[in-house]
Design a protein around this ligand. Structure first.
Ligand SMILES: NC(=O)c1ccc[n+]([C@@H]2O[C@H](COP(=O)([O-])OP(=O)(O)OC[C@H]3O[C@@H](n4cnc5c(N)ncnc54)[C@H](OP(=O)(O)O)[C@@H]3O)[C@@H](O)[C@H]2O)c1
Length: 336
């Protein structure tokens, strides 16, 4: 029975049962009408162990089988970023809707190609930027639409995502072969919320500084981005620093503060003059439920992209990361 005939349930296939897949699948378990249909790994043993632990109906080896599976309505790709492009392309060409972990691809050219295939095939594609789907970000969006911080677009945005990650050079975070480095992994969050706050689109000017690990990937990137209307966003991402991670958005009349860590926050505060208003908007689960529900809503309504994280939003962030990488000279294996 097809999804449309099936009304509400959506059967999920999960590709790449690693660290983030564990967290997202825990949220998938509590998402109404989500069915844990199949988990797919490069090893059947790993798939079977994961399927048993989380209660999937089936386990399988090899993404070719997943792409051809008639009982999978949507695929969640949770492998390291260098693998995203080929897997997402395979799924979309097979007509499978895709939610792909962030960053969607290694560069904007790959993202552009996936988006073109999604449109050609009329198949749903979404980057798993869960933060943009959180209830608290719907509050922030509303305040911005109502121009509560002042007329026009914000003047100043400040955000950071800094954590102390593994120092093991073989681990994904430090390994160039696995797309390691702070910008692609952590920087995507400050960049995407800066873009959201500034009203969409990419910055017209970017100035950045970076520090590198011995393996050649970036450990810290900090910079300024100027947007067409004159507003400036400053951001920092670091995988070697524990630091507060709030998001602040200011205009002529006031400012919004999403407290640390903004990426999974449960409240936001609007301050205008002497008056402050805090709105609580708690996330469900670890916060992934909202992006999973949004993907399922889009499937049911036949949309091929989500307004919460549109293809244009993904592309603007990927293009910004390309420009930052060009400035700091960050290249990955196989790149010129
Ligand atoms: N949304 C979030 O909050 C969040 C948080 C962390 C990470 N992420 C994103 O999620 C992705 C995965 O991160 P992770 O830390 O979960 O990665 P991981 O645990 O290192 O890898 C995930 C799984 O991918 C498969 N895999 C590993 N190397 C691969 C390769 N070269 N080609 C194809 N498959 C490979 C492995 O499963 P099998 O070998 O069993 O197939 C592995 O268990 C990254 O793109 C990251 O940016 C998102």
């Amino acid at each position: 029975m097809s999804l449309m005939e099936n009304a509400d349930t959506v059967r999920w296939g999960v590709l790449g049962p690693g660290r983030i897949a564990r967290d997202v699948v825990r949220d998938l378990q509590m998402t109404p009408n989500a069915v844990l249909e199949v988990v797919c790994s490069r090893s059947l043993d790993r798939a079977e162990a994961f399927a048993q632990e989380f209660g999937f109906r089936r386990a399988m080896e090899g993404e070719e089988a997943l792409a051809a599976d008639p009982d999978v309505d949507i695929v969640y790709i949770a492998s390291p970023h260098p693998a995203h492009f080929e897997s997402a392309k395979r799924m979309l060409l097979a007509g499978k809707p895709v939610v792909c972990e962030k960053p969607m691809t290694m560069d904007a050219a790959q993202a552009r190609e996936l988006i073109a295939i999604s449109k050609q095939q009329n198949v749903f594609l979404m980057e798993a930027v869960w933060t943009r789907c959180l209830p608290v970000f719907q509050v922030v969006r509303k305040w911005l639409q109502e121009e509560r911080v002042g007329p026009g677009k914000p003047r100043l945005v400040s955000s950071s995502f800094c954590v102390g990650l593994s120092k093991d050079p073989k681990d994904r975070w430090l390994n160039p072969e696995l797309g390691g480095g702070g910008l692609l992994d952590l920087g995507v969050y400050p960049l995407t919320v800066s873009q959201l706050a500034m009203g969409g689109g990419a910055p017209v000017e970017i100035k950045v500084m970076a520090d590198f690990a011995e393996t050649g990937v970036d450990e810290m990137v900090s910079g300024l981005m100027r947007y067409e209307h004159g507003g400036v966003a400053r951001f920092t991402c670091s995988m070697r620093t524990e630091f507060e991670c709030p998001l602040e958005i200011g205009g002529e009349d006031g400012f919004i503060r999403v407290p640390s860590r903004f990426l999974d926050a449960n409240e936001a505060t609007l301050t205008v003059g002497n008056h402050s208003e805090t709105v609580r908007a708690p996330r469900r689960g670890q916060g992934y439920v909202h992006e999973l529900e949004e993907a399922m809503r889009c499937l049911r309504s036949g949309e091929i992209e989500s307004p919460m994280i549109s293809h244009a939003d993904t592309l603007a962030t990927m293009e910004t990361m390309d420009r930052i990488r060009a400035q700091i000279g960050l290249k990955y294996p196989g790149e010129e």
